[in-house]
Design a protein. Structure first.
Length: 472
């Protein structure tokens, strides 16, 4: 599906209601405390028996400076020594989980997120990668998708050389905005030159892919200033762009209380920023992959979408949906077989539990047959903008119209509004519905139970403040 999204003000206003981003189904809202480390051990046993390939996510929460917009799980400190006690416990977790993986379970995908992973010293990064290689079967031939998030203020040529040596071949650079007034308002001062240096280093060192993160809706942003930022980033020619919508939730995220609400652009301005950004990126040859992600036509994400191999997980869009995902570190989420589980989000509790010989698993959910069915439907819709009823019926032994009889009026309403093209054998998300694809997915979400009621809102591109790039 290569159709660019079609902008329709009336539809966007009507369906612009908040909802899940569907990086999983069930979503993290459904996680509960009855799931724990025993369930994770059982799931890993099943994964080992089936010899499923692995994806690893490692959370490194430290940042030297606070960005006022950020809602990531993080620890702000100038003391670089604070990372070592955390790394000690992280290595314990790596060992405890790694011993449950078979050597034949190859790690096809690895992602270091945060926080700021490059907060670690070169020695600490080596130490971490050594631990991962000793306990999991990482690839040595550069064929895996091994990525890391980078704050351009926390890296240089030597850092990039080290990362390449350690096996990383994809990077994601946090830029957010290049306007100095916006940067001052969110306490993140960084120059275009710093970002350009790392992009050039990545090209010279033959990193496979460069992603750049931007955020619209930040304080002091204007439609014109953000368009200028997008134009400057396009000149850098990243392989991918993630363009997130800032959600101002100071009651939940304390750093956001330093942002004055009156400094934020109005909702109409934010929508204009998004519209202008889509136009700029489309004109520059980028494809709208979906849900805030854009990629060049020869990028792996674009190729996977064209070939029907695209998936979505907690890092965004991915080509490795067939892998079991093991999350390592504070707040990290795993998806192994039918199990979703998450570590505690409190770094002290995380370290204490590992120190006492326990895993840090705190909550999660075990999927049932209905969850698996709905997850498959939502995944098809959000990744490929279409759904084949017959394929679902064959795979899950159901009669689609009968099983989803309660949802059928909602699909008819979406078709009447021009979001989907509904036919007896399936439906396609039309260009006018691509920016509202979450509203289509929500029809099949039994936990939201919207079923045709006009309660969808803020579904046009996700409201998010966390850096979660697509990583391959």
């Amino acid at each position: 599906m290569h159709d660019a999204p079609c902008w329709d003000d009336e539809l966007i206003k009507r369906y612009d209601l908040s909802g899940p981003r569907y990086t999983s189904y069930p979503t993290a809202v459904q996680f509960h405390s009855q799931v724990g480390s025993f369930d994770l051990m059982q799931a890993l046993r099943g994964s080992r028996k089936a010899l499923r390939p692995l994806s690893l996510y490692v959370h490194l929460p430290f940042c030297a400076n606070i960005c006022y917009y950020c809602a990531c799980n993080k620890v702000i400190t100038k003391d670089r020594g604070r990372a070592q006690p955390y790394l000690t416990r992280l290595e314990q977790e790596i060992q405890q989980l790694g011993c449950h993986a078979d050597l034949l379970q190859v790690v096809e995908q690895l992602h270091l997120g945060g926080g700021t992973p490059t907060f670690l010293s070169h020695a600490e990064l080596r130490q971490l990668m050594t631990s991962l290689r000793e306990n999991f079967s990482l690839k040595d031939d550069d064929s895996g998708d091994y990525s890391i998030e980078i704050d351009p203020r926390e890296a240089d040529w030597s850092t990039m050389g080290l990362l390449r040596e350690l096996g990383f071949n994809r990077i994601s650079l946090g830029v957010q905005d290049l306007d100095p007034a916006v940067q001052r308002a969110v306490n993140r001062l960084q120059s275009l030159g710093e970002t350009r240096t790392l992009v050039e280093a990545a090209r010279t060192l033959q990193f496979r892919s460069v992603n750049i993160d931007l955020i619209y809706g930040l304080p002091q942003q204007t439609v014109a200033s953000f368009a200028d930022t997008v134009a400057q980033v396009i000149d850098l020619q990243p392989d991918r762009l993630s363009v997130f919508n800032y959600a101002h939730l100071p009651e939940r995220f304390l750093p956001q209380r330093r942002i004055e609400r009156q400094d934020l652009p109005a909702p109409g301005q934010k929508l204009e920023m998004l519209q202008r950004t889509i136009e700029q990126l489309s004109a520059a040859g980028y494809r709208h992959i979906g849900m805030d992600h854009f990629a060049l036509p020869d990028d792996d994400l674009a190729c996977a979408q064209e070939e029907g191999r695209l998936h979505r997980n907690f890092q965004g869009y991915t080509t490795h949906g067939h892998c079991d995902l093991i999350g390592l570190g504070v707040s990290a989420i795993s998806h192994v077989g039918d199990l979703y589980c998450q570590n505690t989000s409190d770094i002290n509790e995380y370290q204490q539990r590992l120190a006492s010989g326990q895993l840090a698993t705190l909550r999660g959910v075990l999927c049932d047959a209905d969850d698996r069915l709905r997850a498959a439907i939502i995944g098809q819709v959000i990744c490929h903008f279409e759904l084949d009823f017959a394929l679902i019926e064959k795979t899950y032994a159901i009669d689609f119209r009968d099983y989803f009889a309660a949802q059928w009026p909602a699909l008819l309403a979406l078709a009447a509004d021009g979001l989907i093209g509904l036919k007896p054998h399936g439906f396609t998300v039309l260009p006018a519905g691509r920016l509202l694809v979450r509203a289509v997915c929500a029809v099949f979400d039994r936990y939201t139970a919207v079923y045709g009621q006009q309660r969808f809102h803020r579904s046009s591109e996700p409201a998010t403040v966390a850096r979660r790039p697509s990583v391959g």
